[in-house]
Design a binder for this molecule. Structure first.
Ligand SMILES: Nc1ncnc2c1ncn2[C@@H]1O[C@H](COP(=O)(O)OP(=O)(O)OP(=O)(O)O)[C@@H](O)[C@H]1O
Ligand SMILES: [Mg+2]
Length: 459
C-alpha cells in the first residue's frame, strides 16, 4: 500500500479548516476538508478515508455524533476530536465512544501532527488486515473442497490433521483430482495462512532456470543476471512452498532440494551467504514416486523427506457419489462466472455423468458442466446436450462394471444384475408388465418367467 493516508477534516469554521488542510497536506497527507458534518458523512460513503479529524462543537451534528456514525459504519476509520479548551468532560465522553484521541484547542502543530500520524498508522494496519482478510475469504471460498464420499472425507480429515503442523505433505493422484486445491486448503487452514502461498511448477521450467527460480540468484552470477533476485524459497518465508509436479525434478536438483529440506538453509545461485527460511513444503505429483525410486530416477532419501504426511487423491470414478454435488457446485460457479442463471441437469443426464469414467477427473467434469451450461439451449440440461463421448454406451458399461469387485461369482453376479434391471424396468413402467417387457426387449411371457424366478412381486 503505497498511497498516502487519506484524512477527512471537519470544522464549521472555514478559516480554521483551511489552516488544518494546509498543515496536513504539507505533512504529506491526502486531505479532504469539509465545513459541514452532513456532507462529510455523505463523503465517507463514497471514499476510502483513514482518519477523520473533527471539531466537537458544530451546528446540527456534533463531533460526538460524527464519531458515533463513523464507528457504526466504518469501525476501521480512526477519529480524532478537537475540543475547545475547558470541555474536558465531553472529551472523556468521546473516548468512551471509541475516539482515537482528542486534542484541546488551541493546540500546537506538532501536537496535532503526532496524533494524526498515530491514528493513520493504526488505520493503515486495519486496512491491510481487511484486504488480507477479504483475499483469504475469496480464495478459501473459491477453493472449497466439495464432496460427500467416504474418500473425500478421509482427504478432508487428513487436511485438518496436517494443517496445524509444519510437517511436509506429499499429495499424489491422477491429473485433475484436486491436488493443488488440497495444497491450498492446507495452507489456508494452517497458522501460516496470512503469509504467502508460493507455487512452483517443476515441470514448466527447464532445470537451469528452475534452480534460480527456487533459490534466487546474485547479481552477475550468470549472463542475464543483471540484478539480484529472490527465489521462491525466500518469497515463501513464513508461509508455504508448493512444489507441483515434484516428480519432474532432475537428480541434480533433487540433491539441492534435499539439502534445503534437511538444513532449512541455502544460498542464492552465485552467492556464498547462507540464507535461512521458515517454510512449510507441500509437494504434489501424478507420477508413481515409489516406482521412480526403484528405477533410480528419484532419490529415495528425498522421497522419504517429502512423504512425511501422504495424501492420496482418489480418482473421481472411485467416488462417483461425489458427482452430483460437484455438478451442483460447478453449475453455481460457472453461472456466477459467466453471469447467467444456473440450470439443472435432468436425472437422465446426471446418470450419464455419474456413470462416466472421467479420465481427466474433476477438472474434466468442471469443463463439461461449464460447456453444457453455456451451450445448452433448453431450460434444463438433458442427455442430448452432453458431449458425445459421455453419452457413449460402451463407457457406460465399463463404468458400471468398475463398480463391481474383481473377485466375484460370475453367475450369481449376472443374475443379480438381471434382477436389478428387471426391477428398474418395472418401476419405470409404473408396474405395467407389457411396457417393462418392451423396455427390456423381451416378450411378456419371458418377463413373467423371470419375475417368478427372481421372486419379484409388486404387480
Ligand atoms: N473436491 C473438489 N471440490 C471442488 N472443486 C474441485 C475439487 N477437486 C478439484 N476441484 C477443481 O478441479 C480443478 C482441478 O483441480 P486441481 O488443479 O487442484 O487438480 P490437480 O490434481 O492439481 O491437477 P493436475 O495434476 O492436472 O495439476 C480445479 O478447478 C479445482 O478447483
Ligand atoms: Mg495441479
Amino acid at each position: 500500500m503505497s498511497e498516502r493516508s487519506h484524512i477527512l477534516v471537519i470544522d464549521d469554521e472555514k478559516n480554521y479548516l483551511l489552516v488544518l488542510q494546509t498543515l496536513l497536506e504539507d505533512a504529506g497527507y491526502a486531505v479532504t476538508a469539509v465545513n459541514d458534518p452532513e456532507t462529510a458523512l455523505a463523503f465517507l460513503e463514497e471514499s476510502e478515508v483513514d482518519v477523520v479529524v473533527t471539531d466537537m462543537k458544530m451546528p446540527k451534528i456534533t463531533g460526538q455524533g460524527v464519531l458515533q456514525r463513523v464507528k457504526k459504519s466504518w469501525p476501521h476509520i480512526q477519529v480524532l476530536i478537537m475540543t475547545a479548551f475547558g470541555s474536558i468532560e465531553s472529551a472523556v465522553e468521546v473516548m468512551k465512544f471509541g475516539a482515537f484521541d482528542y486534542i484541546t484547542k488551541p493546540f500546537s502543530n506538532d501536537e496535532l501532527l503526532l496524533s494524526v500520524r498515530n491514528a493513520a498508522e493504526l488505520a493503515r494496519a486495519h486496512r491491510q488486515y481487511r484486504i488480507l482478510q477479504a483475499a483469504m475469504e475469496d480464495r478459501y471460498g473459491v477453493h472449497k473442497i466439495v464432496g460427500r464420499s467416504r474418500a473425500i472425507h478421509d482427504v478432508l480429515s487428513m487436511v485438518d490433521r496436517a494443517a496445524p503442523s509444519r510437517a511436509t505433505v506429499l499429495i499424489t493422484g491422477e491429473s485433475g483430482t484436486g491436488k493443488e486445491l488440497v495444497a491450498r486448503a492446507i495452507h489456508y487452514t494452517s497458522p501460516r495462512k496470512d503469509k504467502p502461498f508460493v507455487s512452483v511448477d517443476c515441470m514448466a521450467l527447464n532445470p537451469g532456470v528452475l534452480e534460480s527460480e527456487l533459490f534466487g540468484h546474485e547479481k552477475g552470477s550468470f549472463t542475464g543476471a543483471v540484478a539480484m533476485r529472490r527465489g521462491r524459497f525466500e518469497q515463501a518465508d513464513g508461509g508455504t512452498l508448493f512444489l507441483d509436479e515434484v516428480g519432474e525434478l532432475t537428480l541434480d536438483l533433487q540433491v539441492k532440494l534435499l539439502r534445503v529440506l534437511q538444513e532449512r538453509r541455502f544460498e542464492r545461485v552465485g552467492g556464498t551467504v547462507p540464507l535461512e527460511v521458515d517454510i512449510r513444503i507441500v509437494a504434489a505429483t501424478n507420477k508413481d514416486l515409489t516406482g521412480l525410486v526403484k528405477l533410480g530416477q528419484f532419490r529415495d532419501d528425498l522421497f522419504y523427506r517429502l512423504n512425511v504426511v501422504h495424501i492420496p487423491m482418489p480418482p473421481l470414478r472411485e467416488r462417483r457419489e461425489d458427482v452430483p454435488v460437484l455438478v451442483t457446485h460447478f453449475v453455481e460457479k460457472a453461472a456466477t462466472e459467466n453471469n447467467m442463471p444456473p440450470k439443472s441437469f435432468t436425472p437422465e443426464a446426471l446418470n450419464y455423468l455419474t456413470g462416466y469414467e472421467w479420465p481427466g477427473n474433476i477438472r474434466q467434469l468442471e469443463n463439461v458442466v461449464e460447456s453444457c451450461l453455456v451451450l445448452g439451449s433448453g431450460a434444463a440440461i438433458g442427455v442430448d446436450d452432453l458431449p458425445p463421448d459421455i453419452r457413449d454406451e460402451e463407457a457406460q458399461f465399463k463404468s458400471a462394471v468398475d463398480l463391481l469387485p474383481v473377485e466375484l461369482d460370475l453367475a450369481d453376479t449376472l443374475e443379480k444384475i438381471e434382477a436389478a434391471l428387471i426391477r428398474r424396468a418395472l418401476a419405470r413402467a409404473k408396474l405395467k408388465q407389457v411396457d417393462a417387457a418392451k423396455y427390456l426387449g423381451i416378450s411378456k411371457s419371458l418377463l413373467q418367467y423371470k419375475l417368478g424366478k427372481y421372486g419379484i412381486t409388486g404387480h
